[in-house]
Design a protein around this ligand. Structure first.
Ligand SMILES: Cc1ncc(COP(=O)(O)O)c(C=O)c1O
Length: 413
């Protein structure tokens, strides 16, 4: 599955005028020609598919300054093989950041540096599963994680969800049924905070029930927490599953792909000190040290000097404007039988489609109107729906996309 990297906005000329943007129009064309990015969206479309930040939201100046400061501060050690568990300045800065937003005090020993959540999922599948094991996952869920699990020969079993999140009783029943059939459950993969694709936020009571169910069944939970830093309404998010479980039986995965840049390939794994040491004590770490070592020191620098929090405040404010632009215009123009899930954070609006409009037809009509959207079935949704990302375009373009979508979807028959 290829991801799409939009360059619509820069093609329209905004990027070129902005000093320090990640790429101007010429740069975007050069990147496409030189096969540098994963995928470039077709020209002439407003692409609401990819959950990426508009390059305008993070400047190369911010990133470049962080790397320069890290090199000045850490010198040659920034260029050596990194500590197997991850450079201490990064884990310490991260622990302080997580402690500010979670219910328990995080320590550097609770953390392991990763090169992003995708790599971490691949590592966890290597360590905690055998081919033919089962992974439990919400339906719908982040589609590309499923490909990683399938690479390891795992079968994904979908867990029913209601408005509050996955059903703990069904999780227990499924674990029992899988074990009774002679197979193993490797872990449950959950996205409780600003879920991709639905934006759902699992409340604390359901989190506690999920942990209790997992503990009763001796089930490991992998908590994918890509969007916690993108809470858009100023309200604190519930404590992480990992903190609520006091690091027992839950591993938390974070990434800077959604708040800084995916090309930095930097993330973290949070778990008990014992598990973090175990995961750091693998051949790949002994041979190569921690992944993304220099980048981790650049981000540590950004967190230490207050630059990361300042950046997050601006990013959240701008994402909130974009969310409003898309969802308010959709609400104004779409018929009542389309449903929009409330969005309090993350990058996505999840639109439920009425039965008279088949999902593929909705996607086709959107594309004919010049707007690319992701079908819900891609994420394993049982209900017809589409996912719209508001992160890659400025508000004016999002309003225009929403009006075009509403126009395309309104007509029955
Ligand atoms: C829930 C979720 N997890 C993980 C990722 C990918 O993270 P990374 O870039 O750190 O591999 C994404 C990106 O879309 C995501 O939505």
């Amino acid at each position: 599955m290829q991801r799409e990297y939009t360059n619509d906005s820069v093609r329209e000329g905004r990027g070129g005028k902005q000093r320090g943007a990640l790429c101007g129009p010429d740069a975007a064309d050069r990147y496409a020609a030189a096969d540098i990015v994963q995928h470039v969206a077709p020209t002439g479309f407003l692409d609401l598919g990819p959950g990426y930040l508009d390059p305008e939201l993070v400047t190369t100046d911010t990133i470049g300054r962080a790397y320069s400061a890290a090199l000045a501060r850490y010198g040659d050690t920034a260029l050596a093989y990194g500590h197997n568990q991850g450079a201490l300045p990064y884990r310490a800065a991260l622990a302080r950041h997580l402690t500010r937003t979670d219910s328990e005090p995080w320590m550097p020993s609770h953390l392991l540096t990763t090169s992003g959540t995708s790599q971490a999922l691949d590592m966890l599948a290597s360590v905690f599963s055998r081919p033919d094991d089962v992974v439990l996952a919400e339906a719908p869920t982040y589609d590309l994680a499923l490909n990683i699990f399938r690479d390891h020969g795992l079968t994904v079993s979908a867990v029913r969800c209601d408005a509050d999140g996955p059903d703990p009783e069904e999780i227990e029943r499924t674990v029992e049924a899988v074990r009774a059939s002679g197979r193993r459950v490797a872990f449950a993969y959950l996205i409780p905070t600003f879920h991709n694709p639905t934006a759902r936020l699992v409340p604390t009571a359901r989190r506690t029930a999920l942990i209790a169910a997992a503990h009763r069944r001796n089930l490991l939970i992998v908590e994918d927490d890509a969007y916690t830093d993108l809470s858009l309404d100023g309200t604190p998010t519930p404590p992480s599953l990992t903190a609520l479980a006091k690091w027992e039986g839950v591993l938390r995965l974070g990434t800077f792909s959604k708040t800084l840049a995916p090309g930095m390939r930097l993330g973290w794994l949070g778990g008990s000190p014992h598990l973090c040491r175990r995961l750091a004590d693998r051949g790949v770490a002994h041979s190569g040290g921690s992944p993304s070592h220099l980048t981790s020191l650049a981000v540590a620098q950004l967190m230490d000097d207050g630059g990361y929090v300042e950046h997050l405040e601006q990013l959240r404010a701008r994402l909130a404007q974009r969310r409003e632009a898309l969802s308010v215009t959709l609400r104004e123009h779409l018929p009542d039988d389309f449903t929009l899930r409330p969005v309090h954070g993350g990058l996505f609006v999840w639109v439920g489609i009425p039965p008279w409009l088949p999902e593929q037809e909705a996607v086709g009509r959107a594309s004919a109107a010049g707007v690319l959207v992701q079908p819900g079935s891609r994420f394993g949704s049982r209900e017809p729906a589409v996912r719209l990302a508001y992160s890659a375009h400025p508000p004016t373009r999002l309003r225009s996309a929403a009006a075009r979508l509403a126009g395309a979807w309104r007509q029955k028959g």
